[in-house]
Design a protein around this ligand. Structure first.
Ligand SMILES: Nc1nc2c(ncn2[C@@H]2O[C@H](COP(=O)(O)OP(=O)(O)OP(=O)(O)O)[C@@H](O)[C@H]2O)c(=O)[nH]1
Ligand SMILES: [Zn+2]
Length: 244
């Protein structure tokens, strides 16, 4: 893949590439403190945003204005701290922009001579739909077939957080989790299923309370080998306990 094409493809899936053309999933520097470093990296917001304090203040001003446009009085007691709370809450709910899947996995990769499928099921997730900024929530089921090394189990759930805690569509979230694990683990295959309920379809819009959106991303053996795919999907969907 040429450098330009590689970068374009990586950008489309929310990644960028290093000098040696290795695709990595990284949007912003790793930081967990809300607005602290967001926008200082090379993502879309780079150079556009001010300091952390300026961003917090501007966000609060916008929320105050939103309250006014809703016909509310931002000066009434109950709402006085709301702009500050909303700003902090939104920073937390989108903290995935400050996380890098590679940093999150770190060196929790272990040499293991095993060829069996590894699966962690029922990883709960909360995300925000990028169309309405309303939550969608549900579970991710992740499996891979190691090729000489395995990853610490908790890291699978941490990778879900990296991508769920952003403005998302479910399809991209599912793909990004699979892509990040493929890049970090270089496994024989990886499969990700996400099942989620979207509040934008429940509390507004079409108002359907019981629909569940299921998305999958299959790579390597999970895509090419019917038996592997069937085993994964059977294990993932054997999860009748999913309940709301
Ligand atoms: N594919 C996909 N669609 C989503 C996701 N989250 C929300 N949507 C949909 O995004 C669409 C936005 O449609 P629009 O017609 O532009 O917006 P809208 O008028 O608010 O649509 P309604 O929700 O039908 O009222 C809706 O159909 C949502 O259900 C997602 O994760 N993936
Ligand atoms: Zn929505």
């Amino acid at each position: 893949m040429s450098n330009t094409r590689g970068r374009e493809a990586a950008a489309r899936r929310g990644a960028h590439e290093t000098d040696d053309d290795e695709p990595v999933v990284k949007l912003f520097p790793c930081d967990r403190s809300g607005f602290a470093t967001r926008g200082d990296g090379d993502g879309a917001a780079a150079g556009v945003l001010g300091s952390a304090e300026e961003r917090q203040r501007e966000f609060e001003t916008l929320v105050r204005r939103q309250l006014e446009l809703l016909g509310e009085d931002p000066e009434r007691d109950g709402l006085l701290k709301t702009p500050s709370r909303v700003a902090k809450s939104m920073a937390w709910l989108t903290r995935g922009y400050d996380l890098d899947a590679r940093d999150v996995i770190g060196d929790a990769l272990f040499e293991v001579d095993s060829e069996g499928m590894v699966m962690v099921r029922d990883i709960e997730l909360y995300s925000l739909c990028e169309h309405h900024l309303l939550p969608f929530y549900g579970k991710a089921h992740i499996a891979y077939i190691p090729d000489g090394r395995v990853v610490g189990l908790s890291k699978l759930a941490r990778v879900v957080e990296v991508f769920a805690r952003r403005l998302q569509v479910q399809e991209r979230l599912t793909e990004q989790i699979a892509l990040a694990l493929e890049e970090a683990l270089r496994p024989k295959g990886v499969g990700v299923v996400v099942e989620a309920a979207h509040l934008c379809m429940m509390m507004r819009g079409v108002e359907k309370q019981n629909s569940m959106t299921v998305t999958s991303a299959l790579r390597g053996a999970f895509k090419d080998d019917a038996r592997t795919r069937d085993e994964f999907l059977r294990l993932a969907h054997g999860n009748a306990a999913w309940s709301r």
